[in-house]
Ligand binder design. Structure first.
Ligand code: CA
Length: 234
């Protein structure tokens, strides 16, 4: 697996590079935004770690350019900018996940593993799976364990989008844009309404929760891992 690290702080870049190499990743480093964009466009990477405040070209504009050119390599933003607004801007620009500095290396590698799992599991398939939840994209039927779940067509759309993007943090506006195909006023609570309906159907209280809220940011669908409480939940 090849990872591109775009980070201008040499100390952080070297720390990340050495750590990832010890975990058997191939790592390349770019120390500014222009060099980063060039490498990202030229090379084949399985994942990217992107700092936001970079010389020559900032991380957000780099990411928008990449996504605009159809490059869908999973991107984890690593940044000292840790406010909710910064996270939303990053996610809306096309990032898949973020981690605020200072960070623990174990958390970084866990996030990377999760991103890479997602990118290799995106295949043409008629069944989407997250944990024991299965969604059939032809019959539009869902099943949690052995329990069949009926969905309205809009609930299906939301659930399908969440499941196709599992392990990825999705802001409310990204969900509205993809599911409803247009921009709602940002204060729209439509997404929350549908998420609540879905939770009542697919996340019964006695089972591990699959649809998780990230306070002030949005939602993530992921298989519950014991002891993993890396996100602040509502
Ligand atoms: Ca920086």
């Amino acid at each position: 697996m090849r990872i591109l690290v775009i980070e201008d702080e040499k100390k952080v870049a070297n720390f990340v590079m050495q750590g990832l190499r010890e975990e058997n990743y191939e790592v390349e480093v770019a120390y500014d935004g222009e060099q980063g964009l060039e490498k990202a466009l030229a090379g084949e990477f399985d994942g990217m770690i992107l700092d936001l405040m970079l010389p020559k070209r900032d991380g957000i504009s780099l990411l928008r350019e990449l996504r605009g050119r159809g490059i869908n390599t999973p991107v984890l933003i690593l940044t000292a900018k840790g406010t909710t607004q910064d996270k939303i801007v990053g996610l809306d620009a096309g990032a898949d996940d973020y981690l605020a500095k200072p960070f623990h290396f174990e958390e970084l590698t866990a996030r990377i593993r999760s991103l890479l799992r997602r990118s290799v599991s995106v295949e043409k398939t008629t069944q989407l799976k997250v944990g024991d939840l299965v969604l059939d994209t032809i019959t539009h039927k869902a099943k949690r364990g052995t329990v069949e779940i009926d969905l309205t067509s809009r609930e299906y759309d939301v659930l399908e989008y969440l499941m196709r993007n599992s392990n990825r943090i999705l802001s409310r506006s990204v969900i509205t844009q993809h599911v409803w195909n247009y921009n709602f006023a940002t204060d729209s609570n439509l997404v929350d309404v549908y998420i609540n309906r879905l939770r009542n159907k697919v996340d019964p209280p006695e089972l591990p929760r699959l649809i998780r809220s990230i306070r002030g940011v949005g939602y993530i669908m992921r298989e519950a891992e014991p002891g993993n409480n890396d996100f602040q939940e509502d």
